[in-house]
Design a protein around this ligand. Structure first.
Ligand SMILES: Cc1cc2nc3c(=O)[nH]c(=O)nc-3n(C[C@H](O)[C@H](O)[C@H](O)COP(=O)(O)O)c2cc1C
Length: 218
């Protein structure tokens, strides 16, 4: 019995090729590679474009680490991120959807906290009324959530700041992907209510943007 339980825990971690974190299915990501070869920022700005045609080739754990770090990883020190936020409130939370699981990125630890099992990329693709099925081809989708508890208030101004801050994170993803040859598109379409239920979010937490990320299918 005990042996089977240990085996199940190991399978959960190995599904991502990762080391065992505090919880069985959390993933300690490898340190982001700051010395990787990439396009310069001017060329990335000049050539950035949205891609809606993905192959299902997976991202390696190193690529996922680099991607999450570029989106809103730790920069300079524990208190700062690669994307600025209003008054440095760091109210944008980043969820990673794959074909197997959903995690939340922890910038301080550069790790993924397990949230739920299963492929829920259909909720990122859209709702019943409108869905963009190409999202299900991308190996991961990054979903940005404004957390008004972290912001410290929930009014019109807080919503505006949250939208701007999520846009900063999304643009980090756009430019990073362009620079390293990954494909992405910034998106507002998604099943917001479905995502809130899945992620057990309260009314103080709002899914606002997402970026499917992978390799362009030529
Ligand atoms: C806030 C925002 C929301 C967007 N939502 C969607 C979306 O739901 N679905 C989609 O396919 N593209 C979406 N886009 C992508 C835009 O359509 C795209 O950026 C625009 O057409 C310009 O093309 P480019 O990114 O190739 O320059 C969104 C872009 C932004 C900035």
């Amino acid at each position: 019995m005990k042996k089977n339980f240990m085996k199940m825990m190991a399978v959960g971690a190995v599904a991502m090729g990762g080391s065992m974190g505090a919880m069985a299915q959390d993933v300690n990501l490898p340190a982001p590679d700051m010395k990787m070869q990439s396009m310069g920022v001017v060329e990335a700005l000049a050539t950035r474009h949205s891609v809606r045609n993905f192959s299902n080739k997976a991202l390696s754990q190193q690529e996922l680490s680099n991607l999450c770090w570029a989106a809103l990883g730790k920069a300079r020190d524990d208190e700062h991120r690669t994307a600025p936020t209003a008054m440095n409130r760091k109210e944008i939370r980043l969820f990673v959807f794959s074909a197997e699981k959903v995690w939340e990125y922890n910038a301080r630890e550069n790790s993924l906290r397990f949230v739920v099992d299963g492929d829920h990329r259909n909720l990122v693709a859209g709702g019943k009324a409108f869905s963009q099925d190409f999202v299900m081809d991308a190996p991961v989708s990054l979903v940005m959530v404004i957390d008004f508890d972290l912001f410290g208030s929930q009014n019109e101004q807080a919503l505006m700041m949250g939208c701007v801050d999520a846009g900063n994170v999304s643009e980090n993803i756009n430019l990073y992907c362009q620079a390293v040859g990954l494909a992405t598109v910034p998106r507002a379409t998604m099943d917001v209510e479905g995502l809130k239920a899945l992620l057990k979010l309260s009314d103080k937490q709002l899914p606002i943007m997402n970026n499917p990320v992978g390799w362009e299918k030529k």
